[in-house]
Design a protein around this ligand. Structure first.
Ligand code: HAM
Length: 417
């Protein structure tokens, strides 16, 4: 039997993984520049945590979660997103008591049983950030800027930021009623999916991708035109901060997002370089969620971005970030004695911080040289009995082809220069 990776999961092989590492480095650098600290939460949580936060009626919770019962018959779920786990940890460890504002970021795998296609996987990776403890619109904009800084830091120039406000518990109920009333008029002509949503989650009908649904709801009322004073002010501040930071954006009154926890700001960043799954990142404010999960009332805002989609854009732009792993030195050896010497010397140099490779396959010197070339080693040294006896050998710089004698004792010093 030939085992294969599970549908919707991928191996990230050497050659591609370097691009990931470079992207992750940029993520960490940008996160640190905004003073976010890393948090790592477990891969699985109690199922109820996600049902309570993301929302029972969302696609994620109702159709896509990897839920299983463990041997103690507890219902567990592989995390479909990071926010719920971060909030659970925030409440569990009383992070709010240690400082009035908690700013954290994460990187890691998430799981959703969606129909796999380009840019959509069942195990995918996100980087994201959450800021808990402040209502400031500056943080809403900070989330957008972090994501944009990561893209810019990686040389991605083409993206579009769309923002909206989904209101709060004060203004949303009346708007919802109004929207439902309007949607009911066209309900029987809507797609089956939207028909179901009219009653359960009417706002989501607005961001249906179905052309016919869009036409039928063209004149439907939008939340952004029915905000209470507080939400309107907040939205204005977000817009104004985006302008002050010279950030291009557009307001999309139909942007709702597939998670139920949002209040006020919601945003999405898309890339024209991607196909139908064009969302690079999404996020928003969730002022009621900490309380909903059993914590003290604490406002919060955050975002998450797909790593696979980011890598796809980088590949399309032919951004070569591979920055191949290159050994500083390849030690080629002629026989058994020198092989052992090479092994010990390599260990010494590796401990001193150098990347060193040697031959483990008893190859001829010629084929060891070929291997050193393939690996793009900076230097190669060939060691035979003569070199061991004299304590000196020739060090070849691969790029220039230049050779120079070197005392074996002084190898470390020479590599440093
Ligand atoms: P989300 O919009 O569900 O939000 O996911 C964020 C990003 O993760 C998407 O824009 C996309 O790039 C990527 N993504 C989602 N699903 C998949 C998939 N099946 N395959 C590949 N990439 C995918 C959240 O997850 C929220 N937790 C964001 C947030 C944080 N809001 C507040 N704080």
């Amino acid at each position: 039997m030939n085992f294969k990776s599970i549908k919707g999961t991928r191996d990230i092989l050497p050659g591609e993984v370097e691009t990931w590492q470079r992207a992750e480095d940029v993520v960490r650098r940008v996160m640190h520049s905004y003073n976010y600290r890393e948090i790592r939460t477990p891969v699985f949580e109690q199922t109820e945590l996600f049902a309570r936060s993301i929302g029972e009626l969302t696609d994620i919770v109702s159709k896509e979660m990897y839920t299983f019962h463990d041997r103690s018959n507890e219902s567990l779920t592989l995390k479909p997103e990071g926010t719920a786990s971060v909030l659970r940890a925030y409440i569990q460890h009383n992070l709010g008591e240690q400082s009035p504002l908690t700013k954290v970021y994460y990187l890691g795998p998430m799981f959703r049983q969606e129909r796999p296609q380009a840019g959509r996987l069942r195990q995918f990776h996100q980087f994201g950030a959450e800021a808990l403890g402040s209502q400031s619109a500056q943080l809403d904009v900070e989330m957008m800027l972090i994501a944009l800084d990561v893209y810019q830091g990686l040389g991605i120039r083409q993206f579009a930021l769309a923002i909206n406000s989904v209101g709060c518990q004060r203004c949303r109920p009346a708007y919802k009623q109004r929207l439902t009333y309007e949607l009911t008029k066209v309900c029987d002509r809507l797609s089956t999916e939207s028909q179901a949503r009219v009653k359960q989650n009417p706002l989501r009908v607005l961001d249906s991708k179905d052309e016919n649904d869009r036409r039928l709801t063209k004149n439907a009322p939008l939340m952004k035109d029915h905000l209470c004073d507080g939400c309107r002010e907040h939205f204005k501040s977000v817009e104004s901060l985006l302008r002050s930071t010279r950030t291009d954006f557009r307001i999309d009154g139909r942007l709702v997002r597939g998670l139920d926890y949002y209040t006020k700001t919601a945003f999405e960043i898309t890339s024209p370089a991607l196909g139908s799954q064009d969302a690079l990142a999404g996020g928003g404010r969730y002022d009621l969620l900490v309380q909903e999960l059993g914590g003290k009332p604490t406002p919060g805002v955050g975002f998450a971005a797909g790593m696979e989609r980011l890598i796809m854009v980088l590949k399309k732009d032919r951004k070569d970030l591979t920055d191949r792993f290159r050994p500083d030195l390849f030690i080629a050896s002629l026989d058994e004695t020198t092989r052992e010497w090479a092994f010990v010397k390599a260990r010494e140099l590796r401990t001193a911080g150098f990347a060193v490779e040697l031959d483990y396959l008893d190859r001829s010197v010629k084929s060891q040289m070929r291997e050193a070339n393939r690996l793009q080693a900076r230097f190669v040294i060939v060691i035979g009995e003569r070199e061991l006896t004299s304590g000196s050998a020739r060090l070849k710089e691969m790029q220039t082809g230049k050779e120079a004698p070197v005392m074996l004792e002084a190898l470390e010093k020479v590599l440093k220069t």
